[in-house]
Design a protein around this ligand. Sequence first.
Ligand code: ADP
Ligand code: GLC
Length: 491
Amino acid sequence: MSKLNILISASEVVPFAKSGGLADVVGALPKALKQLGHSVIVVMPRYYIVDKYQYNLTPLEGALGVQMGVIGEEWAEVYEGVLPNSDVPIYFIENDHYFGRLGLYDEGGVGFNDNDNRFIFLSKAAMQLSKKLGFKPDIIHANDWHTASMPILLNTLYANDPHFAQTASVLTIHNLQHQGKFYKGAMDVLGVGWERFNHQELEEHDGVNLLKGGLVHANAINAVSQKYAQEITTAEFGCGLEDTIQTHQDKLYGILNGVDYEEWSPAIDDFIANKYDANNLQGKAICKKELQKKFNLPQETNTPLIGLVGRLADQKGITLLTQSIHQLLELDIQIVLLGTGESWAESFFSDIALQYPEKFASFIGYKNDLAHQIEAGSDFFLMPSLFEPCGLNQIYSLRYGTLPIVRATGGLDDTIENYQPFTGYGDGFKFYEATDTALLNTVKWAVDTYYNDKEGMAHLIQNAMQKRFSWAESAQAYQEMYSNALASRFG
Ligand code: ADP
Ligand code: GLC
């Protein structure tokens, strides 16, 4: 296929700013697309935390003017850098008023009340920047609600702009729960005309829904796993947008995320106590000991250690965990947890750590090196998610020979094969019902396998460590989706 110019924009990108898997994806996919021969640029905000000196960012000459509807013209400085270990350019939109703050979306758990303006600004700035750079995109690739305005802008304000005459748009849904719902006054900032404020486009319950508008206007939509792409057509998972998704199902894809194995492989991971691979797991035992030490747990080699890393949000099934935690801790196990999120959950787990000092330990905070150490040092990795578009932690766990215990939803169901004791097939343990009992029973099954089926465990670990979810493969699928998006727009 011919070489494409691809403009990707998102609110977070590894290593510059990250709150979850979105950042991992946007940090890695552009590099894989570049390797397929495409020309890719990435655009994100220059948040306060993005250090210009650390990343050697250089300013572009001249400020970028962005029309913000009733607010008038606003200005951005633009800084240029590259995605690490690549020559993919990444551009940072700087505007102190919008992005010169400590949090990405909130501070102390309270969302900024101008998030509509902040991300409309990012979306418009990305469009303007491509003009300033003379980069004529074949594909504009938006991610989640933050940049969902781009497909809308392409079909409205930029519909007759020759710079975008050959451009089609794509929107990846990483999480349908967050939709960018705002007071309808946001229409006057977006400036695409009130005729777009109707139930088939941007309107919902008399407010603006940016993600909905993006879904309607994009030429192709990707939901990050096959299973999630099916699930979001139903009322259970559609978060109120199931009808819109159904209407646009012919342009819906379910391309699974890949993993950056340069970042997440026990044989080359500098964050872990001892490197190891599938042929020699002694290093993993050392990592376990170090992890137990770090968390002040008894350094028992033969007690199964269960790790958890993630946002402490409803999505991640934390209520199932809180409901079953006391029964779980009756088992002969240890649990380590790393996470931040809902304040009630943060205090709940800190409290459990005080009640069970020999068995449960938590670190409430965000710490990348510790996430790696938990992947390496645990025997099992628990993800009881209520929904999970793709999920990356369970895929990292496979690579580290840490067996995932997951609820069979979305990407968790697509990436983990349930253990079959008679054949030795599988690489993890799955449960189906979103109940504390199902969670408890499945952990019991895993723990029983650990203690009583050593051969089965060894098989599972080997199966897990051999499995790969490469970006090269996912990028191929994205490439196909891009060409379908172009075909559907231009015939
Ligand atoms: P989501 O995007 O829904 O949060 P994913 O499983 O796709 O879930 O990605 C989560 C990413 O964020 C992983 O790379 C994980 O290691 C990381 N992460 C989440 N919480 C923390 C934390 N408290 N400290 C360090 N890394 C974290
Ligand atoms: C979201 C989802 C997660 C997915 C990630 C990257 O935050 O919750 O399941 O892996 O985006 O696509």
